[in-house]
Design a protein around this ligand. Sequence first.
Ligand code: DLL
Length: 436
Amino acid sequence: MTSVTEIHSTHIGPQTGIEYASRDEITALQIARAKNTLRHAYFNVPHYRKAFNEAGVHPDDFRDLSDLARFPFTDKEILRSEYPFGMFAVPQSQIVRLHASSGTTGRPTVVAYTRNDIENWSDLVARSLRAGGVRAGDKVQVTFGYGLFTGGLGAHYGVEKLGATVIPTSGGQTERQIQIMNDFQPDAILGTPSYMLTVLDRMRADGVDPRETSLRVGVMGAEPWTEGMRRDLEDGFGIDATDIYGLSEVMGPGVAQECVETKDGLTIWEDHFYPEIINPETGEVLPDGEYGELVITSLTKEAFPVVRYRTHDLTRILPGTAFSMRRIDKISARNDDMIILRGVNCFPSQFEEIIVEDKTLRPRYQCILSKKGRMDHLTLAVEHAPGCSAEDITLATQRLSKQIKDRIGISVQVEVRDRVDSGEGKAKRLLDLRNQ
Ligand code: DLL
């Protein structure tokens, strides 16, 4: 396995890109670009014109980044109400690609890209992959799903832009993924952490040593994952694993990416996105360092500009380290995944932190909310490691229930099972059956 220092010294050239510009340069660029975006949205998207007018603001009122707080938020409900094409800011003839978010409830949201948007997106994914340790000339297996989901095609164009070789296996067919990995010898793999765990477990079950693959790095995201899960994947495959973040409404993968040398949160590519953290209840903008909901304004998008888009992702903004651009902390949860059980708030990732500490358990789990009489009831289904005896399972169940009670302060019904299906794409960590 190539060490991180070797990768650094051999491949990262002079630090001259915009990622290394001074804070003043970045701020000046953001002000100019945000002004353009506000004008573009106001003059070309009826919703923005109406919303700005109702809030009593005009793009000319924007002079400094702090003025952005005067502009209204955009959220998924608004995008849904304009389904399918109402939020597009350019004529259809200029649109070269459409994607849509999966939309677990109701209509999906549809997003659009001009040729320039695709160029910028590819550049940002290439930049992200480079930060994650992928290099020109590498072979890269893309296991994100191809289709309306932005993961597969977004990653694909970025790999090509980087000058690497893309192996577009898409998601699923795990045996075939392993076969291709064995035959094509990829240097890097991209996918959801939960699917990477599925691949890892399948290799072990098939008697293949996952540490013997040709893989050097993994770039993983599209769902929350903990440091414990990172350790499992890094040790399991013998790779460096970094976190990639994005969302279709804002672009797709490549909005923010962790640097392989520092692994200390994700640099948000501030030349294309302006981040804010707000108190999700009041909408008030919070200072850097405080936890809250991430809100993003696109700075260069043509077909689908977004102004103060509420991501519902919970994190905080941190100063730059590997780059001069600021970082966001690893996204621990979405605020709509919050479980409130008898007054205690908790998130699925808190269970994951405890699960990964127990070697008899695998971090493949699901939280199932149901009603018992009038009370909410939480079942935590979690998979055990192969080869566990009935006694191991009983002991693991007792340990996990106690740890959750002691550390999170709630009583949950733990069910340790042979198998918990977390799917081939994003793992669905919370299943709410209370209204069924
Ligand atoms: O998941 C885009 C993507 C594809 C990102 C591949 C990274 C890799 P959506 O389907 O619109 O887009 O889902 C976006 O997924 O608001 C987060 O809640 C979650 N998410 C994405 N990346 C991460 C991450 C893609 N690294 C939603 N950590 C976002 C935690 C993530 N959550």
